[in-house]
Write a protein that binds this ligand. Structure first.
Ligand code: AMP
Ligand code: MG
Length: 437
């Protein structure tokens, strides 16, 4: 038998980050920066007001007090907008709005609340230090500064910053395009009536969702029948357009195990018995250079296998460290068993409980339900997978064990993202394009 770690190592040795492309900001969202982004502009790009009020020379209002305000003529008004305001003459002020360019000669802004709000002339009741309420050019970003380093995940704040420094098409590792293909003559698409002996294809939906959660763009092919020609045709139909293929089913030792039958000896594909539970039969390899993950058919086996093997590979393809699911340590509240020689992944719910039964720093893991590899309800109800090592067959209640945290990114995906981004409403959108060298 192959160990979980050996199988993962073989996979990670065969996958690489997607080729960098420049992409519009909408497409770049959720991708990883493929190169450092340096500023070509300053932020702010000009001195401007941080307040609604009056642009002044600090020296002109140095004597202002509540009892003896300084009254000065108001010679104009500067709203936020294009253009360069006229220089401010000594002994005068100008009304200024937040974000408007500070006129040359002014060195402070007196906020409206410290004045009588006058239009022709204004009474100013407090002095202003030089620089008060002035946002200086370059105080956030100076030209040439490293704004975001390669390897940064582009979330909302990063998108905002890229836009602010006027980078419309940052260099990114595009999201991997993944075809999810379920096999089984017994499968019907969800929502269809079931005949005798038929079951709903839950894997293609579950695995497609897992792949989206892991940052991929997904094309789903449902219920390819257990016929070698049909499987080969479906596979070759997508190979040219994807960065990876994930199949489910058809990899056991029975007859009609079509994935194994077709892919044995193809490219570098190898089928292994991996020392794990659930998910023992696994296959992986490159076909025409495309990584193919052949996961077992049982729904829990398929999803757990995805988390252990496909997720880290997708992380690497996205340009991230292949760390897999986040790891935590939990205390199990019940005795657990595991077959000898296999790494077992136990579906558990988590509760933060102290020794007195009240909430505390210790995370307690409780069995989430039946642990059969067909029992999806316990996976759906689980928040973590407790890991029982290969050499352990029995774990006493109260033991502390590592666990993989599930679902951390379930809410973080882009819904409604198409296979190809066709948004043309924004000039920064459009198909990803190669980076000129
Ligand atoms: P297999 O590995 O193809 O022998 O499948 C193992 C078990 O998983 C069988 O009970 C299948 O019916 C079931 N199964 C296979 N593919 C799917 C699927 N796409 N959705 C739900 N169950 C499946
Ligand atoms: Mg099957």
């Amino acid at each position: 038998m192959t160990t979980v770690d050996e199988h993962l190592e073989r996979i990670l040795a065969a996958v690489a980050p997607t080729r960098p492309r420049r992409a519009g900001l909408e497409q770049a969202h959720g991708c990883v920066l493929a190169a450092d982004v340096r500023a070509t502009v300053a932020l702010p790009s000009f001195d401007n007001s941080a307040m609604d009020g009056y642009a002044v020379r600090a020296a002109d209002v140095a004597e202002a007090t509540e009892d003896a305000p300084t009254t000065l003529p108001v010679v104009g008004e500067i709203p936020a907008g294009p253009g360069t305001p006229a220089p401010l003459k000594p002994g005068t002020v100008v009304r200024i709005m937040t974000g408007a360019p500070l006129p040359r000669g002014a060195d402070a802004v007196v906020q409206l609340e410290w004045t009588d709000g006058g239009r022709e002339s204004v009474a100013i009741r407090r002095p202003a230090d030089r620089g008060l309420h002035v946002r200086r050019a370059g105080e956030d970003v100076t030209p040439g500064a490293l704004v975001l380093p390669a390897g940064t995940v582009i979330g909302s704040a990063q998108i905002g910053l890229l836009a602010a420094v006027n980078v419309a098409r940052p260099p990114v590792h595009p999201r991997p395009r993944v075809a999810v293909l379920s096999t089984g003559t017994e499968l019907v698409e969800v929502g269809s009536p079931l005949g005798a002996g038929q079951i709903v294809d839950s894997n293609s939906h579950g695995i497609a969702a897992a792949a989206r959660e892991a940052g991929a763009l997904v094309r789903r092919l449902t219920g390819v029948p257990d016929e070698p020609d049909a499987f080969a045709k479906a596979l070759h139909g997508v190979l040219g357009e994807v960065d990876a293929v994930v199949t489910t089913g058809g990899v056991s030792v029975g007859a009609y195990d079509v994935v194994k039958e077709v892919l044995t000896g193809t490219g570098t594909v190898r089928f292994d018995t991996v020392a794990m539970q659930p998910g023992k039969p696994q296959g992986f390899g490159l076909v025409e250079g495309v990584p193919i993950f052949t996961l077992p058919g049982n729904p829990v086996s398929a999803l757990v296998s995805f988390e252990l093997f496909v997720r880290p590979a997708l992380q690497r393809m996205r340009g991230l460290a292949a760390t897999g699911l986040p790891r935590i340590v939990v205390t199990v509240d019940t005795e657990l068993h595991s077959p000898p020689g296999r790494r077992t992944f136990v579906r558990v719910g988590l509760a933060p409980l102290g020794d007195d039964g009240r909430p505390g720093p210790r995370t307690v893991a409780r069995l989430a339900g039946g642990q059969g590899s067909h029992q999806l309800t316990s996976l759906a109800g689980a928040q973590a997978l407790v890991i029982i090592p290969e050499d352990v067959t029995q774990v006493p209640a109260g033991a502390r064990l590592p666990a993989l945290l599930l679902g951390a990114d379930a809410g973080a995906i882009l819904s409604g993202m198409g296979w190809v981004d066709t948004d043309t409403s924004d000039p920064s959108a459009g198909p990803a394009e190669p980076i000129a060298r």
